[in-house]
Ligand binder design. Structure first.
Ligand code: FES
Ligand code: FES
Length: 160
């Protein structure tokens, strides 16, 4: 196997990297320092590794890095940081929706994808949107509250 040179556009930054064809996007991103993309099951079951790929949520453990060549990739830190949190991240903090926090980056990505296409989701729509994200800590109640809170705040114009 020969390495392939790919361009990974992550959170608005371009990276040119030579990668073996079997390297997953999850590992490529983590090796580039995007450790907010969490590694969990590595088989598509937990959602900890979720990122936006051209605006759509994907489990990065199921995507080969070369398949993301040239695409727009957004991770949790691309949405906001501790200093400048995204309204969804702020809502997760305010609703107590992060306990150990391992699932949180993936949850935030799924919530962002949902609210982009459906600004006023029902509880059922929120549950469906995060159905691929496992959380062993919260029981999901606070996470659903956080997404509802983010939706309210976004409709009031206090977020993107
Ligand atoms: S690590 Fe990708 S879905 Fe679990
Ligand atoms: S907060 Fe711990 S797994 Fe969700």
């Amino acid at each position: 196997m020969q390495p392939k040179v790919v361009t990974l556009n992550v959170n608005g930054r371009q990276h040119y990297v030579a990668l073996m064809p079997n390297v997953t996007l999850l590992h490529a991103l983590r090796d580039l320092g995007y450790t907010d993309v969490k590694s969990g099951c590595e088989k598509g079951d937990c959602g900890a590794c979720a990122v936006l790929l051209n605006g759509a949520p994907v489990n990065s453990c199921l995507v080969l890095a070369w398949q993301a060549d040239g695409a727009e990739i957004v991770t949790n830190v691309g949405l906001g940081t501790m200093d400048r949190p995204h309204v969804i991240q702020e809502a997760f903090a305010d609703a107590g929706a992060a306990q150990c926090g391992y699932c949180t980056p993936g949850m935030v990505i799924s919530a962002k994808a949902l609210l982009d296409r459906c600004p006023h989701p029902t509880e059922a729509e929120i549950r469906e949107a995060i159905a691929g994200n496992l959380c062993r800590c919260t029981g999901y109640g606070q996470i659903i509250e956080a997404v509802q809170l983010a939706a309210e705040r976004m409709s009031e114009g206090s977020g993107e």
